[in-house]
Design a protein around this ligand. Structure first.
Ligand SMILES: Nc1ncnc2c1ncn2[C@@H]1O[C@H](COP(=O)(O)OP(=O)(O)OP(=O)(O)O)[C@@H](O)[C@H]1O
Ligand SMILES: [Mg+2]
Length: 262
């Protein structure tokens, strides 16, 4: 079956405070893809994601989600987004981790209704999935930064979206948890077919699991992981000529072999 494009970005330019930060972005993401977004600090990754979701105005260009112009798109329950600043959250918010994650199960259709047993089962499943079951009854304000991040990712995942946008979901989280997180994410991608767009600074943690990488530094260049030359070129455009990325094929071998993109 031919995979459909679920995100189409055409000639998109975006300014912030009068300065152009994204220039003529063009890319398509196909259903079921696991795509990375990389680039230096201030390169425009967050801006690009927000503009793709219609959360920031564009100077020019068009965005389509599931084939619909983003302005007309209205099935937002198909999309989940964990922003970079999700953890900057009211520390006194009086909900437990389990309650906060359960909010992810609330949709327009069940607004005002009690969550069902099935909803709670999924909440508990995802708490286990993210390794935060032991934190379930803690108040969100009592958690560390990395723990909070996992809670917000859990809240996004429990919605079972078709597309999951993550903006540095595990920045500042310890290496072992990061590794486990990406393994789980790639399982989600492989088993549920969830399309994943993941902004990350650490390429080594993610690149084996992705089909393509979007390199952002005002200009936006997309590279296939399999195309070593194209990939290196796109990275150098984003990070500068001095940037050197060493391909370690062995990093991919054996690791999550079942989950690698084909
Ligand atoms: N709220 C804002 N108001 C004005 N300018 C902004 C705002 N947010 C970001 N910018 C500017 O837009 C440019 C791109 O920022 P953006 O946050 O998209 O980069 P990023 O690639 O996500 O960086 P990081 O890796 O640090 O998250 C930067 O020059 C930044 O200063
Ligand atoms: Mg950012």
């Amino acid at each position: 079956m031919e995979k459909k494009p679920v995100i189409e970005v055409e000639g998109v330019s975006v300014s912030r405070s009068g300065t152009r930060v994204i220039e003529g972005a063009n890319f398509t993401v196909l259903q079921g893809e696991f795509v990375g977004v990389v680039g230096p600090n201030g390169g425009g990754k967050t801006t690009l994601i927000k503009a793709t979701l219609g959360l920031l105005p564009r100077d020019s260009g068009a965005v389509r989600l599931f084939g619909q112009p983003v302005e007309q798109f209205n099935t937002w329950k198909r999309i989940a987004y964990v922003g970079q600043d999700a953890v900057n959250f009211d520390q006194t918010f009086p909900l437990s981790v389990r309650e906060l994650v359960s909010l992810g199960r609330i949709q327009k259709e069940n607004l005002g209704h009690r969550l069902t047993g099935d909803d709670w089962r999924r909440v508990d499943e995802i708490l286990g999935f993210m390794g935060i079951r032991d934190l379930a009854e803690k108040r969100i304000g009592q958690l560390s930064g990395g723990q909070k991040q996992r809670v917000f990712v859990a809240k996004a995942m429990v919605r079972e979206p078709d597309i999951l946008f993550l903006d540095e979901p595990v920045a500042g989280v310890d290496a072992e948890t990061q590794e486990r997180f990406y393994m789980k994410l790639s399982n989600l991608n492989a088993q549920r077919g969830t399309t994943i767009i993941d902004v990350s600074h650490d390429l080594s943690a993610v690149f084996c699991r992705m089909s393509r990488v979007i390199c952002v530094n005002r200009e936006v260049n997309v590279a296939d992981i399999g195309d070593e030359m194209g990939f290196t070129k796109a990275l150098k455009k984003a990070y500068g000529d001095h940037f050197h990325f060493v391909f370690h094929e062995h990093m991919c071998e054996g690791l999550f072999a079942d989950d690698r993109p084909d």
